[in-house]
Design a protein around this ligand. Structure first.
Ligand code: ATP
Ligand code: MG
Length: 448
């Protein structure tokens, strides 16, 4: 099998090989190349010790020198490449870090410490593809399989559990039976893994094409990293609009929505508050009043704990909070746009669409037509440059000062009241109308 290696990678490998060392492209880049996909970065491994690598490649190209960890980063033609000395890991005592690493001269030993057979592949032009663990066969059969004993490998580093789910989701591969069994058995070890690393894998799992099978097959693993999802699993809704339990519905919304971080997160958490809000009416029908607010509150707690950034938290929670509001008249539709913000509104519609598609088929057509109507209303407002923020008002704070409203709080209050009146079309958005209304407005309310 021939793999197209970028020129710079070839250059690095050749320099090391000329000096009598072995060097290979290794890991994900080889896996992706075998699959016919363009790798997003190229890692290199070599038998040269870190200081040997440094002396062969010339100090001028080195940008980072992690000699102790056996990794040297070098810059060639504007790209960075990590070159790692063949190594074996020592004992793992905390399910995440080896106590020590030992440099070795044998490629096979280096490949044997890698997580999955499909990632334990190395390639160079001279010696071709190096596949000691039948990784190519597993790629052909679309299988994720641990290198060696799954229990031992997940015990060494529990993050590999999430990596297995991630590769299954992103590559569309099944997880081999023994590996799968071991994942369920060892999922509790994820408690030892840092929140940042968990979040980074979760986001990749959520964005994979095969996410539905992964979330339905491994809810116990997801519940290990987000215990709040546990009540959703198998929770029946007893409602004619729904044909799935809360978790299955959730999974269908996740896989049905565009693979973008905040949308997939919003989908995952949009109904997380449902079990706690469940009530049954006299006809035996289930309801979940107030679930969007509770779901948003829970999502915020979870996302903060997983060290998500503030913008993501704010957007995701807004989408969740607003996902179930169904305005019909122009005034309420404009209010909804004001609440979400014009930027986020199209994404709110995406969440609504995915949510509708994962419900009882008999209602889908009607709901989707309604969402199309909201979209038409949205574009009309966009055409008129209405953004429903204070910026769209034809007056500003200075205009209010000029008519004698000096107090900052009063000015803020007036502008917000005027905006609401404009959104509701109770006042025309014209300077004289706005000023006239502002003068008459009762401002005592902000003095208390
Ligand atoms: P991608 O870069 O597409 O996310 P990748 O397979 O390249 O996937 P990286 O995290 O870049 O993943 O790791 C590079 C290689 O290092 C892997 O292919 C694998 O061989 C090895 N590796 C990475 N993380 C681990 C781990 N936790 N345990 C064992 N081997 C690992
Ligand atoms: Mg990689």
């Amino acid at each position: 099998m021939k793999i197209n290696v970028p020129k710079s990678v070839d250059w690095i490998i050749n320099r090391l090989e000329e000096k009598g060392y072995e060097a290979y492209a290794v890991g994900g880049c080889v896996r992706d190349s075998v699959m016919g996909k363009e790798p997003h970065d190229w890692d290199i491994c070599t038998s040269a010790l870190p200081d040997e690598t440094l002396s062969v490649l010339g100090m001028e190209n080195i940008i980072e020198n992690g000699i102790k960890h056996g990794t040297v980063t070098i810059r060639v033609d504007g790209e960075n490449y990590e070159i790692t000395t063949f190594r074996t890991d020592g004992e793992y005592t905390d399910n995440r870090h080896p106590e020590s690493v030992t440099f070795v001269r044998d490629l096979r030993e280096d490949l044997s410490r890698r997580d999955f057979t499909v990632n334990a592949l190395a390639y160079n032009k001279q010696r071709g593809l190096q596949d000691y663990f039948q990784g190519v066969g597993d790629i052909e059969n679309k299988v994720i399989r641990c290198v060696g004993s799954p229990d031992r490998r997940f015990g060494e580093d529990a993050l590999r559990i999430l990596r297995a789910l991630r590769f299954s989701s992103v590559l569309g591969f099944d997880i081999e039976k023994r590996t799968a069994k071991s994942i369920h058995k060892n999922a509790y070890l994820l408690k030892n893994i840092s929140k940042e690393r968990i979040m980074s894998e979760l986001i990749k799992i959520l964005q994979g094409e095969n996410v539905e099978a992964v979330l339905l097959g491994y809810p116990d693993v997801i519940a290990e990293i987000v215990p709040e999802i546990k009540p959703m699993i198998g929770f029946e809704q007893h409602n004619p609009h729904h044909v799935y339990d809360v978790w299955t519905h959730t999974v269908k919304v996740v896989s049905g929505i565009r693979a973008e971080k905040k949308l997939r997160l919003a989908a995952l958490f949009h109904d997380i508050g449902k079990p706690a809000k469940f009530t049954v009416d006299e006809n035996g029908t289930g309801h979940f009043h107030g679930h969007p607010e509770l779901s948003a509150d829970i999502a915020e707690v979870v996302l903060r704990r997983l060290k998500s950034d503030n913008k993501t938290i704010s957007d995701v929670c807004k989408l969740i909070r607003l996902h179930d509001i169904r305005p019909f008249v122009r005034k309420s539709i404009r209010r909804l746009m004001a609440k979400s913000g014009m930027e986020l509104f199209p994404e709110l519609l995406e969440l609504k669409r995915a949510d509708a598609k994962a419900q009882n088929e008999s209602y889908i057509k009607e709901t989707l037509e309604y969402i199309d109507f909201l979209e038409t209303m949205y574009y009309k407002e966009r055409e008129e440059n209405n953004d429903f923020t204070l910026k769209m008002l034809k007056i500003n704070g200075q205009d209010l000062k000029d008519i004698g409203i000096k107090n900052g709080r009063e000015i803020g209050y007036c502008l917000n009241q005027l905006l609401m009146k404009v959104i509701d079309e109770e006042i025309e958005n014209k300077k004289e109308n706005l000023l006239e209304y502002a003068e008459k407005m009762d401002k005592n309310i902000c003095k208390s």
